[in-house]
Ligand binder design. Sequence first.
Ligand SMILES: [Zn+2]
Length: 129
Amino acid sequence: MPTGTARAARMSKKEMEKYRRLLHEKKNALTAELAKTRDAEEETTEEATQDIADKAVSSYTREFLYSLTDAERSTLLQIDEALARIEEATYGSCQNCGLPMSEKRLNAVPWAPHCVDCQELAEKGLLEA
Ligand SMILES: [Zn+2]
């Protein structure tokens, strides 16, 4: 952890609220879209999957998560993590190097855990976690 608590106050409460709203909107949109896809799939495969239908309903949440692609799942996770950082008032700093992230980046990808430089490292597999 290269950062102290001093940096936490960098972003104003008003700004945090803006990003919180953006994150919730994205999360709702993503969840709704996925639920819709799932419903459509269920309609077409209803007959074939009748046997396991009871089981599927009881583990709906887990099934739902399994039905997500890796990208969708990780976006949802990152959104939750970003919302948690807003709660902790640490939102807006890169999770790797601790530097403040640009407004441009946060507006484009409000749930991004890393600044552009660190994201590049992460995509090359050079970042841990
Ligand atoms: Zn960074």
